[in-house]
Ligand binder design. Structure first.
Ligand code: T46
Length: 132
């Protein structure tokens, strides 16, 4: 089974334009406790390089594009995020990296938990030990 679990968010648009609604426990499969966005990432910079233990997140690229890598310790997969109509669901114990941000990239992230640095695994060797 692929690690790349995309959720479709059909636009509720009309002749004026488009709108997407994100609702916890409806089209987002958890209660949303935190929302953050990543923008203005500098040229050539990659982000992420960590996993979470408990946290679930949905990552939506609402402008521009970037390349997302996900890795469960056995399989590594990647996909371009470039649509505001698709969210990538990332569950616990998945290593993630974000590369090749376009200048205009904005990633909107919905998270199942409040920020907790203790939930991060920021070292890849430790991550492999935890998942093995
Ligand atoms: C993830 C990817 C997609 C906070 O204080 N509160 C927050 O809610 C977050 C997310 C971060 N921070 C602080 C911690 C760091 O000092 O903001 C700084 C940058 O965070 P970090 O280096 O973890 O950012 P990214 O872009 O590497 O990763 C983030 C999320 O942390 C992570 O959960 O999955 O985006």
């Amino acid at each position: 089974m692929s690690l790349l679990k995309f959720i479709d968010f059909p636009p509720l648009g009309d002749e004026r334009g488009s709108l997407v609604a994100l609702e916890g426990n409806k089209n987002v499969p958890f209660t949303i406790k935190r929302v953050y966005y990543i923008f203005d990432t500098k040229k050539g910079v990659s982000r992420g390089f960590h996993a979470h233990k408990k946290l679930q997140q949905v990552v939506i690229c609402i402008a521009g594009s970037c390349r997302m890598v996900v890795d469960d310790g056995a399989t590594r997969e990647e996909a371009w995020l470039n649509s505001s109509l698709k969210g990538l669901l990332i569950n616990g114990f998945v290593w993630r990296e974000m590369h090749d941000f376009s200048d205009d990239c904005i990633l909107l992230v919905l998270a199942s938990e409040h920020y907790d640095e203790a939930d991060y695994i920021r070292n890849y060797e430790n991550f492999l030990k935890e998942v093995s």
